[in-house]
Write a protein that binds this ligand. Structure first.
Ligand SMILES: [Zn+2]
Length: 329
């Protein structure tokens, strides 16, 4: 506990409820300051753990503070709107500075997950090495790549003629140049579709996010990530470690959810983290970046993703309501 958390706790409106996921909701205190009519449906939400995140689903205002950061202007506004006195807000600011200077927190913030080296399936070699004299068994894999609009220059795809892996495209997982896992996707009918070796907290394709980039596009699957040169969280849920690794890139994060119910869950997390979400206008039946590429081509798909991004929390919520297909009853 610290002064900031204590203050927020004691100034929350009396009429409030706590959801099972830990959000405390109450009538938002921000809306009329932002030119929107006052909230009467408890659409303000606050999450208090080691830091504080506030999000209003009425006017879209959001503000947060995490240990190690200064109090932002928005966060100070939030405190004002919660009726915290100015001198107490000043004390909170000083507290934030004190915590920022605390070296323990600095080192904790820099801590990143450790990924150990992993071996690829036996006999795996880059597919390019086979091209002079490609074996018959490699053909289904090459056909698969072609059908997904993927090229051998896009990624260091691997293959092996080892039993059990012949009909699989091997996608090595790199981290700082080392191989730390892989997924082997079946390219013909049959199960399992994926055989994977994945370490907790791993984010696929981080190595490609060079410093000159303005955005990072976050998608669910590795194949989609390769096509848009984004990263993949390889699930519909972003873990804390993954969140940290992506945030550390220090640029605008654009989440591109799959157009299905799992994708909707990813949007909720994007809102929680203050990330942008992209809702491209794609034809019916196109549910992810790879589908889109096959129809619109790569450049146009990328352009669409970036241009269809929304950063305002309220607008993200509204957009999500119509963008995802309705569930079948
Ligand atoms: Zn509001």
């Amino acid at each position: 506990m610290n002064l900031i958390i204590d203050t927020v706790h004691s100034y929350l409106p009396a009429k409030r409820k706590t959801t099972p996921s830990g959000w405390v909701s109450f009538n938002a205190v921000c809306c009329h300051h932002n030119g929107t009519s006052a909230d009467t449906r408890q659409r303000g939400g606050i999450m208090i753990n080691e830091g504080v995140s506030y999000h209003c689903f009425n006017c879209g205002f959001k503000a947060s503070w995490q240990p190690g950061r200064k109090l932002s202007i928005k966060f100070k506004k939030l405190l004002q709107w919660l009726a915290v006195a100015d001198d107490l807000i000043t004390k909170c600011s000083l507290e934030a500075l004190r915590i920022e200077e605390n070296s323990d927190y600095q080192s904790q913030r820099l801590e990143t997950p450790v990924f150990i080296d992993k071996a690829l399936p036996l006999g795996s070699r880059p597919i390019v090495e086979y091209l002079d004299n490609p074996p018959e068994e490699l053909m289904p894999v090459l056909e698969y790549l072609h059908s997904r609009n993927l090229y051998l220059e896009d990624y260091n795809f691997h293959w092996t003629d080892e039993e059990g892996f012949t009909n699989r495209l091997i996608i090595p997982f790199y981290y700082q140049g080392r191989i730390v896992g892989y997924t082997a996707r079946k390219v013909t009918a049959g199960k399992p579709k994926y055989i994977s070796e994945q370490q907790p907290g791993y984010v696929f394709n981080l190595d490609r996010q060079t410093a000159d980039r303005q955005y990072v596009i976050v998608v669910e699957g590795p194949i989609d990530a390769i096509g848009v040169d984004g990263v993949s969280v390889m699930s519909a849920e972003i873990s804390d470690q993954q969140h940290r690794l992506i945030s550390q890139l220090g640029r605008e994060v654009i989440v591109l959810p799959d157009r299905d119910q799992a994708g909707a869950r990813l949007v909720e997390q994007a809102l929680e983290f203050g990330w942008s979400v992209s809702f491209p206008e794609w034809a019916e039946g196109i549910k992810d970046a790879n589908d889109a590429q096959q129809v619109y081509g790569r450049l146009s798909t990328l352009y669409n993703i970036v241009n269809s991004r929304e950063s305002n929390g309220l607008k993200i919520q509204l957009r999500a309501k119509t963008w995802f297909p309705k569930t079948q009853d």
